[in-house]
Design a protein around this ligand. Structure first.
Ligand code: PEP
Length: 256
């Protein structure tokens, strides 16, 4: 994991039976081999917990990182249905998504709950991808920066380790809707976030990133990568999104 290198992460959410997950992972692995020199960025996939073992085996040696979509704060104990950070590491995970809006809004996860989970992830050595983002109503009320700032303060433990912290700015209204924030709004929010997190921690944008808009989003100086939901379920689309990083880097080199 190299700070400064862009990260393109796929959140498969609750999608895929074993055959589907394995087929998608095989396609991704083949693309990595075909790509030769790689994509010029780090790639991460976060399948459902039931697929981690199979997908991890298929991706082993490809350089594509494996991550969980959530974890419990404790390492073990009487928490029926939960999975600990240590269990994710045991399956080969290096990353975990925490505080996704679908958990904050769907399961009432508070900033404190997210912070406890981040502590659990760090205890196990997992890179935490901490999601923050405002609702449409909050943006329209001019509260977006305040909301995100409160989430950051509440969700990120003191003494954060930049090498184990990634923040994903995901406006709630842009997730799975086909709507994306404008380049200006993304840059403005990422600048606000950067001022509030330890230097060196990366900031991803998430919210309906697809092969058509990825070049523009990933080309923004303030954007260190993307968290991709729906489009990560297609190996071709995920490859096309990741491919935008190298194209952007080549364009910058030509211009200098
Ligand atoms: C997400 O769930 O983190 C996400 C960004 O989803 P989508 O790309 O489908 O909007």
């Amino acid at each position: 994991m190299t700070l400064g290198t862009k990260l393109v992460a796929g959140n498969w959410k609750m999608n895929g039976l074993r055959a589907d997950g394995s087929a998608l992972a095989r396609e991704l692995a083949e693309q990595m081999v075909a790509q030769g020199a790689g994509f010029g960025c780090e790639l991460l996939v976060c399948p459902p917990a039931t697929l981690l073992s199979d997908v991890g085996r298929i991706l082993a040696g490809t350089g594509i990182f494996l991550g969980g979509q959530d974890c419990h704060a404790a390492s073990k104990g009487p928490y029926t249905g939960e999975i600990s950070a240590e269990m994710l590491v045991d399956l080969g995970c290096t990353h975990v998504i925490l505080g996704h809006s679908e958990r904050r809004h769907g399961y009432g996860e508070t900033d404190q709950v997210v912070q406890d989970k981040v502590m659990g992830a760090w205890r196990a050595g997992l890179m935490s991808i901490v999601c923050v983002g405002e609702t449409q109503q909050q943006r329209q009320a001019g509260e977006a920066v305040e909301v995100v700032s409160t989430q950051l303060v509440g969700s990120i433990p003191n003494g954060a380790i930049p090498s184990l912290l990634v923040v994903a700015y995901e406006p709630v209204w842009a997730i799975g809707t086909g709507l994306t924030a404008t380049s200006e709004d993304i840059t403005a929010m990422h600048t606000e976030i950067r001022a509030r997190i330890p230097p060196g921690a990366r900031i991803l944008y998430g919210g309906s990133v697809n092969p058509k808009n990825a070049a523009a989003i990933l080309g923004l100086a303030e954007v260190d990568g993307a968290l991709v939901g729906g489009a990560s379920l297609s190996a071709e689309d995920f490859r096309a999104i990741a491919g935008c990083v190298r194209v952007n880097a080549a364009t910058l080199a030509d211009e200098s």
